[in-house]
Design a protein around this ligand. Structure first.
Ligand code: HSC
Length: 676
């Protein structure tokens, strides 16, 4: 847990708790002992604190926050370090995050290697730095920089840390830790962060709160972060530390922090596949092929180009190819204008793209992703052609959002090499990739798909084959019920408001407007059998025609549409229905509870590996509010009995084929039983 090495008069104390040197109870105990022992050891003149392995420390052990506190508290250890009569130096390499950085802030000097990163990401876990970070960081770097780091949670790199005064000097990466030890040796007096004053800047807090209003609005942690940093200016440090401690204790047991912790561990669990050994070999992927240069094909390609992987993109016509490539360039150039990329980086990425009309050009690709429209016959034809030209061992993937990977794979002589890689739109931005494991998909193909997705910055979740996989299958009851409730008497605004109030970026009907009301429409204006048909026949195809469930202005700002109200009234009358008032509670039951119910079915059928994988799909694919943990976590929090009762109440209206998932019913029974 803790190693010590004496280099003449410099004692190295090394935190060795793989994989991330988290500061769990055992580490804290050993660290405290080592510091105390060094104080009493006359041979030791200076103490150097560093981490073993790849990093300094990832901070407190997050899993301990769900248990009662034990052992030595981190703030007390940091106080002891700061009070030490011998200089204590933090030597940071890799990353120092959260409590790890707070430990360094309590040291008298800080050194870092040029590639090191430092941050206080606690806010993303729904808490605030609870080991002095809110009081010591502003004393070192000033209010603006401290607020930015603490409230955003984003790390800074070593050169920024040096410029802002967070570290005292950078030390040679190659010669680490020897270079740090040499520097430590010349230090003779402690220098305490607590003795510094924070320069007052009365306007800093208002400026910051105004600039971050939207983010701060619904979340508890950013507000507490700002209040604690304010205390660093207004109160003596010990009172500031006490306030920080109080706010930490309130947040850490709260619902938002619990959900955010769940999201943290769920994201990491999603990378693990139960029956796939960690040492499953991966196939090397140096060159990717993409079939289709439409919105999806282009977005998918950009992920690889940005990661430095060459892409051959194939289209059927010169016009479609040029349009697709033009759009990719335009997207890159827009990012460059926003300062996210340099012009050189744009050219570098585009230079890796090989556009072609020759299908055979895919022959040397290690992975080929088909991204054409959703039609089984077309996809099977493409996969049969791929089978003929792809090199042996190439991975053949489909970006289908609904269709059976098994059936697609059956068009080839190598179904073991086939899997689904379902990207979400816009594919260059959305982080989720559903990695669809077919009946025959080989282990190394699956493992390669997961690893590759991570290497291009995505969050992969594995799904088995079913119509719509995890995300879109759960969307079906939600969207069906949204349509049905419009006919029964709800307005688009009411249904969407229930969702946006819940914290979703948009409601079900706003989402249809964004994706296109015409998706799946039969395109016959005289055949009006559903509300979708009626809207499409009236040219209301969504945002792209500036009219869908809402009217849109030039900036795509929605306003309620009287024309839609009329279409709905007319359609309702034709169906012989009479409008009734629909409560928000009914909307929640019929859109959100039905999703949970479908999620439970996915678990029972083995489509999703675990409930937390479903949560990750919704957090990263559909904007489910992270502080509500995902649909399955949320259902557990509000109580499965509540969910089941809600579903039972509206069962007659939810849909003809509706049934409560047996798993949900069983677990709700258990929840209600006095023995659990
Ligand atoms: C904190 O520090 C609070 C403080 O303010 C102190 C408060 C004291 C209050 C006292 C009151 C009395 N804990 O991500 P990876 C696991 S809050 C436990 O895949 P990478 C992770 O689950 C903390 N476990 O690696 C995974 O486990 P698995 C603030 C942690 O190389 C394994 O380590 N710090 C953990 O891609 C590998 O993780 C943060 O929020 C932790 N802190 O990235 C930093 N960190 O193998 C969180 C990781 O079983 N961590 N694990 O699945 C990270 O951002 C990333 O892990 C790194 C490494 C960038 C460090």
């Amino acid at each position: 847990m803790i190693e010590t090495k004496l280099h003449e008069d410099v004692l190295e104390i090394i935190i060795a708790n793989a994989p991330v040197n988290a500061l769990g109870a055992a580490v804290r105990g050993a660290l405290s002992q080592a510091i105390d022992a060094a104080q009493g050891d006359d041979q030791v003149k200076v103490i150097l604190l560093r981490g073993a392995g790849k990093l300094f420390s990832a901070g407190a052990d997050i899993s301990e926050f769900d248990q009662p506190p034990t052992g030595c508290a981190l703030p007390a250890i940091i106080d002891t370090i700061e009070a030490s009569s011998k200089p204590i130096v933090a030597a940071i390499h890799g990353t120092a995050l959260g409590g790890g950085l707070e430990l360094a802030l309590g040291c008298h000097y800080r050194l870092a290697t040029p590639s090191a990163k430092m941050g206080l990401p606690e806010v993303s876990l729904g808490i605030l730095p609870g080991a002095g970070g809110t009081q010591r960081l502003p004393r070192l770097v000033g209010l603006d920089a401290a607020l930015a780091m603490i409230v955003s949670g984003s790390p800074v790199d070593a050169s920024s840390a040096l410029a802002m005064g967070l570290v005292d000097r950078l030390v040679d990466e190659e010669d680490f830790p020897a270079a740090a030890i040499s520097y430590a040796r010349i230090l003779d007096a402690p220098r305490r962060t607590r003795d510094r004053q924070v320069a007052d800047d009365a306007g800093a807090f208002d400026r910051f709160a105004a600039a971050n209003a939207r983010r701060i609005e619904t979340l508890d942690a950013p507000k507490a972060c700002i209040a604690a940093v304010k205390a660093s200016v207004e109160l003596p440090i010990d009172e500031g530390l006490a306030l920080e401690r109080k706010l930490f204790a309130e947040l850490v047991t709260g619902a938002q922090a619990k959900a955010l912790r769940h999201a943290f561990f769920a994201e990491r669990a999603a990378g693990k596949i139960a029956d796939l050994p960690a040492d499953t070999p991966r196939r090397p992927i140096a060159k990717v092929g993409v079939i289709g240069a439409g919105t999806m094909g282009g977005g998918i390609s950009m992920n690889f180009l940005s990661a430095g992987i060459g892409v051959t993109i194939v289209e059927m016509t010169r016009e479609a190819l040029d349009r697709g490539v033009g759009l990719m360039r335009a997207n890159y150039e827009a990012s460059a204008r926003k300062g996210r990329l340099t012009i050189e980086e744009v050219e570098q990425a585009m230079g890796l793209l090989a556009p072609t009309l020759e299908f055979e050009a895919l022959g040397d690709c290690d992975l080929i992703i088909e991204a054409v429209y959703e039609n089984m016959e077309v996809k099977k034809e493409i996969f049969a052609r791929l089978d003929a030209i792809a090199k042996p061992g190439a991975i053949l993937a489909s970006n289908t959002s609904y269709l059976s990977i098994d059936e697609i794979a059956s068009a080839t002589s190598r179904p073991a090499d086939v899997l689904g890689l379902h990207f979400f739109s816009p594919a260059n931005i959305m982080k989720l990739v559903e990695v669809v494991r077919g009946e025959a998909t080989a282990d190394d193909v699956l493992a390669t798909g997961m690893q590759l997705a991570r290497s291009i910055g995505k969050v992969p979740v594995v799904a088995r084959v079913c119509y719509g996989f995890i995300g879109n299958r759960m969307l079906i009851p939600r969207q069906d019920n949204a349509y049905a409730m419009l006919l029964e008497g709800a307005t688009p605004e009411q249904i969407d408001r229930v969702h946006t109030d819940f914290g979703m970026p948009m409601g079900p009907l706003q989402m249809i407007d964004l994706a296109g009301v015409d998706i799946g429409w039969h395109r016959d204006v005289d055949r009006i059998e559903s509300l979708q048909d009626a809207l499409c026949a009236a040219g209301r195809w969504g945002q792209k025609t500036k009219a869908g469930f809402y009217d849109y202005d030039e900036k795509r700002k929605p306003t309620p549409s009287p024309a839609v109200a009329e279409i709905i009234d007319e359609f309702r009358a034709r169906a012989g229905m009479v409008a009734r008032a629909i409560s928000d509670e009914e909307i929640v039951a019929r859109t959100l509870y039905t999703m949970v119910n479908e999620g439970a079915k996915l678990l029972e059928e083995g489509i999703a590996q675990r409930a937390s994988d479903i949560d990750i799909v919704w957090l990263y694919g559909y904007g489910w509010p992270r502080h509500k943990g995902g649909p399955m976590f949320w259902a557990d929090e509000i109580g499965l009995t509540t969910v089941v009762q809600g579903l039972e109440r509206y069962a007659d209206r939810i849909g003809e084929d509706f049934s409560i998932a047996p798993l949900l019913a069983r677990q709700s029974d258990d929840e209600g039983s006095p023995t659990t």
